[in-house]
Design a protein around this ligand. Structure first.
Ligand code: SF4
Length: 107
């Protein structure tokens, strides 16, 4: 009887360990799915107009060379992302290659 309980406890501990190991990996696609569902800022957005936001920094005459949303302090997208949130556009996403007049270098 003791042998059956030990075996069953061993299996339970193995499952718990496997489950804990999978949680961080399982969270990544979920985070990506949330980001993918966020609508992009559009050119007719009043805040975008006021801040001269463009989805392509190379077309922004006022942009400092090399400055893009991806290297802005307010950008919320992950490293290597093509788009992500911005603190100035709640509930919307900006292009990593974008730019606006509030660009602030990451430190
Ligand atoms: S504040 Fe930064 S991340 Fe947001 S739109 Fe402007 S440049 Fe892009």
């Amino acid at each position: 009887m003791q042998l059956v309980i030990d075996e069953s406890r061993r299996r339970l501990l193995k499952r718990i360990t496997l489950g804990l190991a999978v949680i961080p990996v399982a969270g990544l696609p979920l985070r990506s799915a949330i980001a993918a569902d966020t609508p992009l800022v559009t050119a007719d957005d009043p805040t975008a107009k006021a801040l001269k936001y463009t989805s392509d920094a190379s077309k922004a005459p006022d942009a400092k060379p090399g400055s893009t949303c991806a290297n802005c302090r307010l950008y919320q997208g992950g490293a290597g992302s093509t788009e992500g949130g911005c603190l100035l556009f709640p509930g919307k996403a900006v292009k990593a290659a974008g730019w606006c007049s509030s660009w602030t270098a990451k430190t």
